[in-house]
Design a protein around this ligand. Structure first.
Ligand code: DGY
Length: 348
């Protein structure tokens, strides 16, 4: 699909993206926009090399693609100056290789903060109240009347929410769980989440002034402290060498037997084989997973676990957010091509 065929700058999007604002932004600035219409969900390096061709000024790509040496050298040879992931995460991008070939890299933070946090909160509640299991039970025609012990879950109020990685998304998630469900907070991050701390303090004072039990917060000195004390724990780190298999067999073993673990960050942050074993051995332990180690696949056994809720990497999937991500990705590429500032560059 081609927009503004006579445009001076050739910009490729490896996927059709929601909305038209991002296309207009580029075509209004003399770009010819080419959108790949391949039926393949995941494009290989070879597929993308063929798209780049002889002349290409910039590419908007996806987190499923392997943006390394091969693609950045080809893009640079084709005269390309800019690449933007349509994602905030950029573990699929070799930023050093991009730097080596003089290609600027962009990502799309901000617009997906609340949307992603909302999914993490939804998974937390769904796991805690066993919503998916209960839905399956109803549809299977098994409900034959109200019972005192039917699908009894946990009350979130007064429990502790644990956040590992209290950046933009982790902090937004924490606020939702604290204000929405009156949970106490324990968080672990290399940086102090000052605004989040202030929020919990102020909200705690508000509750107290209204005669309610105030919420509390604690910045943990170690990740283990969060794992030991959290009732619902949500993971929000970036994926790099230091966070690969951050949650492993040993760390799972120190979590509460009835804890809930939520992952909307990146699959390899959790050792999924160890997780499946842990779910088998601890039927009251529950997980809500948006991401998987070998997407689009799940490790053997995970799909059979009643104590796991699994969804296909949809944390940022709201219409507003996806259109925003497309727009920021276009702005990133356009910025570099036209010499405006790149809207968001993980290098900076
Ligand atoms: C991201 O942006 O990194 C998400 O995984 C997809 O929105």
């Amino acid at each position: 699909e081609v927009w503004n065929p006579s445009g001076k700058y050739r910009v490729i999007s490896t996927k059709a993206m929601p909305g038209t604002r991002w296309i207009r932004l580029l075509t209004d600035q003399d770009c010819r926009v080419e959108i790949c219409t391949s039926k393949k969900t995941i494009l290989s390096v070879e597929d993308i090399l063929a798209l780049i061709g002889e002349k290409c000024d910039g590419v908007i790509g996806q987190l499923t693609e392997d943006w390394g040496e091969a693609l950045f050298s080809a893009l640079s040879r084709a005269g390309g100056k800019a690449f933007s992931n349509m994602a905030v995460g950029y573990n699929n991008v070799d930023v050093n290789a991009a730097n080596k070939y003089g290609v600027a890299v962009g990502n799309t933070p901000g617009v997906l903060t609340e949307t992603t946090a909302e999914l993490a909160a939804s998974l937390s509640v769904a796991a805690s109240r066993r919503i998916v299991e209960a839905d399956e039970f109803m549809r299977a025609g098994l409900y034959d009347g109200w019972l005192p012990h039917l699908f009894v879950g946990n009350l979130l109020k007064g429990q502790t929410v644990g956040v590992i990685g209290a950046g933009r998304i982790g902090s937004a998630y924490a606020r939702m769980m604290i204000e929405g469900f009156k949970m106490n907070l324990i968080y672990y991050d290399l940086y102090q989440a000052t605004r989040l701390e202030k929020f919990v303090t102020a909200y705690g004072e508000f509750l107290k002034a209204n005669g309610e039990q105030p919420v509390t917060w604690k910045r943990a000195g170690s990740m283990e402290e969060v794992l030991r004390e959290g009732d619902v724990i949500s993971l929000h780190p970036i994926l790099d060498k230091t966070t690969y298999h951050l949650i492993n067999k040993e760390r799972l073993s120190i979590m509460k037997k009835e804890a809930i673990l939520v992952n909307c960050s990146r699959g390899p942050v959790v050792d999924e084989v160890a997780l499946v074993e842990h779910l088998k051995e601890n039927p009251m332990f529950r997980v809500g997973l948006d991401v998987f180690e070998d997407e689009p696949y799940m490790k053997p056994g995970l799909a059979d676990m009643k104590n796991a809720i699994v969804v296909p990497h949809i944390a940022s999937a709201s219409k507003w957010t996806r259109e925003g991500m497309a727009t920021l990705a276009a702005l990133n590429v356009l910025g570099k091509i036209k010499g405006y500032p790149v809207w968001s560059n993980p290098n900076n």
